[in-house]
Every structure is written in C-alpha cells, then in structure tokens.
Design a protein around this ligand. Structure first.
Ligand code: AMP
Ligand code: ZN
Length: 114
C-alpha cells in the first residue's frame, strides 16, 4: 500500500530494527518505546485496522498471537506478564493505519490506560 509506513518496513524501504520475520508477519522495535520491551507485531498484508479483519484472516491473527508469545518468551516476559495493545481508530489512539499489536512489558503497567 503506497504511503503506508509499515508496508515500507515490510518491504525494507523504511528502516526498522526487526526482531522477527516470517512469510506472514514482521516484528520490530517501536521507535518511541513506552516500556523496557515495546515491540510492534504486524502482518505483511496491509489490513488498515481491526475493523477490517475478516474470517479469512483467522489464521493470520492466530499466527500473530503465536509470534507474540514467542517474543514474550525471548524477552523474558512469560513469568512476570505483559500487555498486548491494539489501538483502533482516531479516538482509540491509532496513528498508523496498518494493523499492529503492541507487545509491552518489563515494568508494571498501570490500568486503566489514560
Ligand atoms: P498506534 O498509535 O497504535 O497507531 O501505534 C503506532 C506506533 O508506531 C507508535 O507507538 C509509534 O511509536 C510507532 N512507530 C511509528 N513509526 C515507526 C517506525 N518508523 N518504526 C517503528 N515504530 C514506529
Ligand atoms: Zn500497510
């Protein structure tokens, strides 16, 4: 998708610190980390937001969660816990319209968020 930063990261035209990549998914360091661990996990497929997820994306979404679990283990978060965040739409705080899941951890995270 032209003009999508995260499609640029998938294609390698925009630099990123990639932590994981396979046929379907890329995970990379968030540039404005909000916690000691702050990783973004995205599908290579351009899906704008959660509202655009369909039944046909079932495998992809399950796969994203399995990659998140793998990254959480690798970053030592499995025992202490972590948070997965998806912001959807303007009031939901979404700024990049290519679906992504934030994996946050490494400190106590407050709830509810602001
Ligand atoms: P959201 O507000 O949920 O749409 O999250 C977008 C996230 O993408 C923010 O946490 C940004 O810090 C992060 N971000 C934006 N551009 C980049 C980039 N080029 N590389 C890594 N992270 C980015
Ligand atoms: Zn995109």
């Amino acid at each position: 998708m032209a003009d999508c930063i995260f499609c640029g990261i998938v294609e390698g035209t925009i630099p990123s610190e990639k932590l994981y990549e396979d046929e379907h998914v890329v995970a990379f360091q968030d540039i404005h980390a909000q916690a000691p661990v702050h990783i973004l996990v995205i599908p290579k497929k351009h899906i704008p937001s959660v509202q655009d997820v369909g039944e046909e994306d079932g495998f992809l979404i399950a796969h994203i969660f399995s990659v998140i679990n793998r990254l959480a283990k690798e970053h030592g978060l499995s025992e202490k816990g972590f948070r997965i965040v998806n912001n959807c739409g303007d009031e939901g705080g979404q700024t990049v319209y290519h679906i992504h899941f934030h994996l946050l951890g490494g400190r106590t995270l407050t709830w509810p968020p602001g």
